[in-house]
Design a protein around this ligand. Structure first.
Ligand code: NAD
Length: 273
């Protein structure tokens, strides 16, 4: 798996396995072990997904060294409102059964808490038990507020990003500020008909690939790290088999035209959950 270098010099594998909604522990362990067998080394979980323990067990059972993996987890919103961030972090660490976490993210920008939460994240970084800190679903205004503190710049902003919601402006801002972008729900979260989109079907046919592979390849060519979720070994394999072809300029232009301005998931402007 190829990696990209984060703004603190750490390496992050270019594709990660999303594990949202992998609820049942044994099934989650099997799904993650299958992905590891295929070559995934980057796993994206969150306290909110309630499967950190399964991620830790799958990695322990894989027989591979902990250092070969890049594991992300996230602080949930209630912690920012009423909790103790350091305790939440320690709990995630304990659930995972790890001595350190590769990347700890603020899951959503909670109104009025962005700055305080970032100060807490910096304290967590100082413990040495997390290699990198970053954010998720943060808008340019949130990132500007963090930047104005003059401290650590998030290594990553993990955002909803698909050909139907391309996040051009936020992506350009992140690139200009050395923040790597991860795409959540890259395949449309199974909710819209993204993978049946005629323009994508045409491009997929031209390259002898699936529409999922075209979408993932499009992310890579924009410098974005996609986090496709699948528990199905054949799909897991399909989703990383994207390093042997290249979308041409016309393909990229045709995909650019698919922007709808519509999100599939929650809006960071209205984080009341
Ligand atoms: P996704 O876009 O990865 O889509 C998953 C769906 O696509 C599943 O139904 C799966 O069966 C199907 N699928 C997977 N591979 C396929 C293939 N090759 N062909 C056809 N169908 C395929 O959706 P997601 O799970 O919502 O997002 C991915 C990951 O992003 C999550 O698991 C999670 O880790 C992360 N995420 C983060 C946030 C956040 O707020 N930070 C929000 C949502 C998701």
């Amino acid at each position: 798996m190829l990696t990209i270098r984060l703004n603190n010099g750490k390496e992050m594998p270019q594709i990660g396995l999303g594990v949202f909604r992998m609820h049942e522990e044994q099934a989650a362990i099997e799904a993650i072990k299958s992905a590891v067998g295929i070559g995934y080394r980057h796993i994206d979980t969150a306290a909110y997904y309630e499967n950190e323990a399964a991620v830790g067990k799958a990695i322990a059972q894989s027989g591979l060294a902990r250092e070969t993996f890049f594991v992300t987890t996230k602080m949930w919103n209630d912690v920012q409102r009423n909790g103790v961030p350091m305790q939440a972090f320690e709990k995630s660490l304990q659930q995972l059964g790890f001595e350190y976490i590769d990347l700890y993210l603020v899951h959503w920008p909670v109104e009025g808490k962005v700055i305080n939460t970032w100060h807490s994240m910096e304290k967590i970084l100082q413990t040495g038990k997390v290699k990198s800190i970053g954010v998720s679903n943060h808008r340019i205004c949130d990132l500007e507020a963090i930047k104005a503190l003059g401290g650590t710049i998030p290594v990553v902003n993990q955002i909803e990003l698909t050909p139907y919601f391309q996040q051009e402006e936020l992506l350009a801002y992140c690139k200009a500020n050395g923040i790597a972008v991860q795409a959540w729900g890259p395949l449309g979260s199974g909710k819209n008909n993204l993978l049946q989109e005629p323009a994508l079907l045409r491009i997929a046919q031209k390259h002898g690939k699936s529409t999922a592979q075209v979408v993932l390849r499009w992310n890579l060519q924009r410098g974005v790290t996609p986090l496709p979720k699948s528990a199905n070994p054949a799909r897991q394999k399909e989703n990383v088999n994207v390093f042997d072809f290249r979308l041409d300029e016309q393909d990229m232009k045709d995909i650019a035209k698919l922007e709808t301005g519509k999100r599939q998931g929650f809006d960071p402007n209205c984080v009341d959950f």
